[in-house]
Write a protein that binds this ligand. Structure first.
Ligand code: FES
Ligand code: MG
Length: 584
């Protein structure tokens, strides 16, 4: 950039923000004058790119509570590159506090981001996210507007430390709970452990959904290479944020838009990267929804077929041993993408927000620790052990199972169904000594789908019955129309579609029915004929949880099933950035 930058710019294609700040007469005065109350001189309206920084900062989203600091670094970069940065808040949800589930609000968050990006005088956008739903929501909203966009995730927390051992946020909550239930850990010890997990700013540092979606954003080409893994408190988190601020200004000049970056090839890269890192099953729902915004042809089966040649090489909890800090020091996602490229498993020519192809960006990426990022020929899990997409008479529109998180002996299993109409119904009895259940039974928890709950919560990996835990049982087949936390594990069949609340076969099951799970054959069946299932339909009852009003009511009426990404039907697709009418 030089002294003539603004003259040069004005000769180029007219900038979107000029419709506001370049206006003459009363309107132009209104647009400029009020913004100047923040102390900006008239120079900021000289035609430089106006960059919106959409932040999901919130003290109620602990994983995003440091994003105000990250926003400052982005702003610095935007100023340095000759842009005009304006930070604006969008709705924020954290996984831990918001009820009934953050997923109920992902689409609302996306809708809000979309409307704010479109309605304001912006030429480009930087998306600041971190916690699980915030990254996909902002990507979905920005995709539906399709202005130049770059993502900056907030980075993971430092490794948790308890009694000299690494503990993973989320993953160890499940483990500690099981230990306490089995009587191997006292409540006092649990209270100490509680303070040792989330010990710095940042999102969960396991390979849960937040870390997965940060890696997905990078593999899609939507955030700068290496961004996903820098810890939130590392100075290089701010450095990449500053670089993103600088880069978005150039992206506006180049008119490099999400629709050019997030093509089918980019989705294939993201799906394979997710398999290589042992990522969360929630990426499936989020990527399907995002593809729907962009009109990219993506199907549930893609998550199975595209990953059959991809071993899990990243040894992170919940599937493995290490945490995001270790992953970062080992080389982070670029090292993984390079390994994929060298095995012919990366679409290397995909353009990224850098303007350069992904393959070029990772060609020289180094791995510094082959314990954390394994070699392809000594992986954590062999190729084909990632996400299995199941079909059968219990899930005509599909279901998924994360093989690397399941006990191998349960991947082919026949057992008696023990059916619960809601997660609460299970929790009410799961610790009863006289609960009629054995380790060979199949726990079915329904009523947890997008419409039925509503919001498709992360409740499917229900803890095992206490009496079985005490007997040393560590895993059982569980089946649900809900989701599982990315930090969870177990032989859990998730995302069953159609869900019980829609009258799907899952809603017709009864305790005592026999179910066969056959993961190698990708089948999930109940031993009932079509006629027997049909005969049960008249006795099926609608969920008692139907919302009476407000957002949950709108959501339940319009939410799509898991195999379509659980977006709202009226939000699918892109609506562009044009706003034909003015406010005054
Ligand atoms: Fe926010 Fe895990 S709770 S990332
Ligand atoms: Mg989660």
């Amino acid at each position: 950039m030089n002294g003539t930058q603004h003259e040069d710019r004005q000769e180029a294609r007219p900038r979107r923000s000029r419709a506001w700040f370049g206006a003459t007469g009363r309107s132009g005065m209104l647009y400029r004058s009020w913004l100047r109350n923040q102390g900006y001189g008239p120079d900021v309206f000289d035609g430089r790119p106006v960059i919106g920084i959409a932040t999901t900062w919130s003290e109620l989203s602990p994983c995003n509570a440091h994003l105000d600091r990250v926003a400052e670094a982005v702003k610095r970069g935007v100023w340095m590159a000759g842009g005009f940065p304006l930070v604006f808040p969008v709705m924020s949800t954290g996984e831990t506090l918001i009820r009934p589930t953050a997923m109920l609000y992902r689409n609302l968050m996306a809708m809000q981001a979309e409307e704010l990006i479109r309605g304001n005088p912006l030429d480009g956008v930087v998306l600041l996210s971190g916690c699980d739903k915030t990254t996909p929501a902002l990507l979905m909203g920005a995709a539906s507007v399709d202005l130049p966009t770059i993502v900056v995730t907030g980075g993971p927390m430092l490794n948790g430390k308890f009694r000299g051992q690494d503990v993973g946020s989320g993953t160890h909550v499940w483990r500690f709970e099981a230990e306490m239930k089995a009587g191997r850990m006292s409540a006092a010890e649990g209270a100490v452990a509680e303070g040792c997990m989330a010990r710095s700013a940042g999102h969960c540092m396991t390979m849960g959904t937040a870390s997965t979606m940060a890696c997905v954003a990078e593999a899609l080409g939507m955030q700068l290479p290496g961004s996903a893994a820098w810890p939130a408190v590392d100075a290089r988190r701010d450095e990449v944020a500053q670089a993103a601020g600088q880069r978005i200004v150039a992206m506006v000049e180049e008119d490099l838009r999400p629709s050019a970056v997030m093509t089918r090839g980019a989705f294939e890269n993201a799906i394979r990267a997710t398999a290589a890192i042992g990522g969360s099953t929630n990426a499936i729902v989020h990527l399907l929804a995002l593809a729907g915004r962009l009109g990219v042809d993506l199907a549930l089966e893609d998550f199975d077929t595209l990953t059959r040649d991809v071993p899990t090489i990243v040894d992170l909890m919940p599937s493995g041993r290490f945490l995001m800090e270790d992953f970062c020091y080992a080389g982070g996602l670029p090292a993984v993408l390079r390994d994929l490229a060298e095995h012919g498993l990366l679409n290397t020519d995909q353009v990224t927000v850098t303007g350069r192809p992904l393959g070029e960006l990772v060609a020289d990426a180094e791995c510094w620790d082959r314990e954390v990022i394994r070699e392809f020929d000594s992986p954590l899990q062999p190729a084909g052990s990632g996400t299995a997409v199941l079909r059968g008479n219990l899930c005509p529109r599909g279901a998924v199972l994360k093989q690397s998180a399941a006990s191998p002996h349960l991947l082919q299993h026949t057992g008696r169904a023990v059916v619960f109409d809601s997660p609460e119904a299970y929790h009410a009895v799961c610790d009863d000594e006289d609960l009629d259940i054995t380790a060979d039974d199949v726990i079915v928890v329904r009523g947890a789908g997008p419409r039925g709950y509503p919001g498709m919560p992360e409740v499917s990996n229900v803890p095992l019955p206490a009496k079985l835990l005490r007997a040393g049982v560590s895993d059982m087949v569980r089946i649900s129309d809900g989701r599982m936390s990315g930090t969870g594990f177990g032989a859990v069949v998730l995302h069953v579609a159609p869900e019980a609340a829609l009258g799907g076969p899952l809603g017709l099951l009864r305790t005592g029915d026999v179910i066969t799970l056959d993961v190698p054959a990708r089948r999930l069946n109940v031993h009932l004929s079509d006629d027997e299932l049909a005969a049960r339909e008249p006795s099926w009852r609608q969920s008692a949880h139907a919302p009476a009003g407000g957002w949950p009511w709108l959501y339940a009426r319009h939410v799509l099933q898991a195999d379509e990404g659980a977006d709202l039907d009226f939000l699918v697709g892109a609506r562009g950035s044009a706003v034909p009418r003015d406010s005054h």
